[in-house]
Write a protein that binds this ligand. Structure first.
Ligand code: HEC
Ligand code: HEC
Length: 244
């Protein structure tokens, strides 16, 4: 019995090897189609325009090399229309400068140095490239709920959460009841955040800021799902069209 069975596994295994090689070849072929789009986005235009001198365009670049916020997830974070407008007419977002700003701790930002400006054609081309920069493995976000317009009642409720319960206002520019700017300056201004940021990204940021900023200075909160959605909706409610 035993002798009888011996040759069979050998035949089977050589057939198995052939089959495995074939499968491997199919996988390699498949990966060669799928991988480049994700793994190596084209950043040549951004480099040509000097963006890489201050911004990290991929997560492997050393943290110390940056002078401005990371852009390797720009396509997840920003709204394309805002990018095109801002790149032509940049306004200051971080009123105390970026983390690496030498004047940061002294409260004397050097950001008075204006951000490089692009003309319309370049701004559109650069936006197209920025929007392709994505981070892999991002968690799902409840997009439909986050993008619903905010009723007045909810807005007041969420304002209390934002200003009093969590004190976000201590570090971020927001608006008072008369739509006048109010708030701290150690974090990025949230005025026009609804024009600038994607709601899904704000939700992911609030859930896990460390995923995007390893050296962040924003406190780590543990929100429940309801608070996460409420705060996200309050942040993206800040739009130019709301009278700011
Ligand atoms: C000299 C350094 C420098 C160069 C060059 C530079 N940036 Fe910036 N960039 C900064 C700094 C600093 C900020 C933060 C500005 C602020 O918050 O007000 C910034 C902010 C930004 C923002 C907003 C980021 C955010 O998270 O809010 C975008 C988008 C951006 N830059 C894109 C670009 C692009 C595209 C280029 C190339 C055309 C470029 N930058 C070139 C320094 C630079
Ligand atoms: C102690 C100051 C501080 C407090 C309090 C704070 N933040 Fe922040 N926040 C920051 C800083 C600083 C950043 C910039 C990234 C970093 O350095 O971590 C930031 C980044 C953000 C961003 C991303 C903005 C961008 O353009 O990159 C959002 C959205 C945000 N905070 C919302 C909130 C909300 C909502 C609360 C309240 C629950 C809050 N923050 C409380 C300091 C703070």
């Amino acid at each position: 019995m035993i002798l009888n069975r011996m040759p069979r596994p050998m035949i089977l295994s050589s057939a198995g090897v052939g089959w495995q090689i074939a499968r491997l070849m199919v996988t390699v072929l498949w990966l060669s189609f799928v991988m480049p789009a994700h793994a190596t986005p084209d950043v040549s235009l951004l480099k040509k325009n000097g963006c890489a001198e201050c911004h990290r365009l991929n997560p492997e670049a050393p943290l110390d090399s940056r002078k401005g916020p990371d852009l390797f997830f720009a396509g997840d974070k920003f709204q394309a229309d805002w990018l095109t407008r801002w790149l032509q007419e940049p306004v200051v977002i971080r009123l105390s400068g970026f983390i690496t700003d030498t004047g940061f701790l002294k409260g004397e930002p050097t950001l008075a140095t204006p951000h490089p400006k692009l003309d319309l054609g370049k701004a559109e081309a650069v936006t197209g490239h920025l929007m392709q920069l994505r981070m892999e493995g991002l968690e799902d976000a409840p997009s439909a709920e986050l993008n619903e317009p905010l009723s007045k009642g909810k807005r007041f409720k969420y304002k209390i959460l934002f200003e009093r319960e969590y004190g976000c206002i201590a570090c971020h520019q927001s608006v008072n009841l008369a739509y006048q700017p109010r708030g701290g300056v150690s974090g990025p201004s949230l005025l026009s955040a609804g024009d600038r940021l994607k709601a899904d990204w704000v939700y992911r940021w609030l859930k896990n800021p460390k995923k995007f900023e390893k050296r962040g200075r924003m406190p780590l909160f543990e929100f429940n799902e309801e608070e996460l959605q409420a705060l996200t909706r309050y942040v993206v409610w800040h739009k130019q069209s709301e009278g700011q």
